[in-house]
Design a protein around this ligand. Structure first.
Ligand code: ADP
Length: 259
């Protein structure tokens, strides 16, 4: 069975950077706001390189134990179960730590020796050091905290990675993404992209996060499945961005003028 490649539109030579980083056995950090294509890019590159991909969505409770592994009691026995990081290190998979800055600090400590020339993982509970398989690759994503509410990554951690920035694609590319991803008409896709661009420029709205490609894709999907265009934009673009009545109203007015 041939598995189709996930759809990904390159925006800034990121495939080349990925391939060279992979060949040099370096870890990669993807920086950018939510919904900017980071995860899709990793899925696409894993497919392109034929690598197994293990994704961990980090949150405040994610600890090194969750990643490395733990002993569990099975009947009368205590057995060790490898966590996803250990599995990836042993088998040579791509480990993608999505939103790594959200995880507990011991996660950063655990991955340190994997991000330098040692490429090894120390499993303290087993007293064992595992050398990474030659194809093991560590990728982390991180949402730079320009705004309040996001955690930062320490410079000493960041400098262990090759880093790629993800932002908003050009209008032409973003229109193509909407058409390819949802089948929406070119003309509607263009309007959605224009709405996205306009709201992104309205810094006075004071949004914590602004319109991502994901939100535009969501609006296009709803339009494609029959929801009236303005309503689709209200629920997929405007409402997810703010809870402030006035901000919502201004964005809705703008949308209604543009589509
Ligand atoms: P992130 O991981 O940055 O939060 P995702 O990779 O989940 O974002 O992207 C959200 C959605 O946006 C994807 O499911 C896809 O529909 C769309 N998308 C964003 N950028 C691209 C791109 N360059 N090529 C194809 N689809 C994209």
């Amino acid at each position: 069975m041939v598995i189709e490649a996930p759809y990904y539109h390159q925006t800034h030579q990121e495939s080349e950077v990925f391939l060279q980083t992979f060949q040099n056995r370096m870890p990669l950090l993807l920086k950018g706001p939510t919904g900017s294509g980071k995860s899709r890019f990793v899925e696409y590159m894993a497919h392109t390189t034929g690598q197994k991909l293990i994704t961990i969505s980090c949150h405040e409770e994610t600890s090194s134990t969750d990643l490395i592994g733990r002993f569990i009691i099975k009947g009368a026995e205590t057995i060790w179960i490898d966590g996803p990081l250990t599995t990836a290190v042993r088998e040579g998979a791509i480990l993608y730590l999505d939103e790594v800055a959200e995880a507990r600090p011991d996660v950063i400590v655990a991955i340190h020796s994997l991000t330098d020339h040692r490429r090894e993982l120390f499993i303290d509970k087993l007293g064992e050091t595992v050398k990474a398989h030659k194809n093991f690759m560590l990728i982390a994503s991180f949402n730079p905290g320009y705004q309040r509410g996001f955690k930062e990554l320490k410079p000493s951690t960041r400098q262990r990675f090759v880093a790629l920035s993800f932002g908003y694609p050009t209008a032409k590319i973003e229109t193509e993404i909407l058409v390819n991803e949802t089948g929406v008409e070119q003309d509607i896709a263009k309007k959605l992209v224009a709405i996205g661009g306009k709201i992104r420029n309205l810094t006075e709205l004071g949004l914590t996060e602004t319109v991502s490609t994901r939100l535009l894709v969501d609006a296009a999907k709803l339009i494609q499945s029959g929801l009236p265009k303005r309503l689709a934009c209200h629920v997929a673009i405007v409402e997810p961005l703010s809870d402030d009545t006035q901000t919502i109203e201004s964005m809705k007015d703008l949308v209604d003028l543009m589509i």
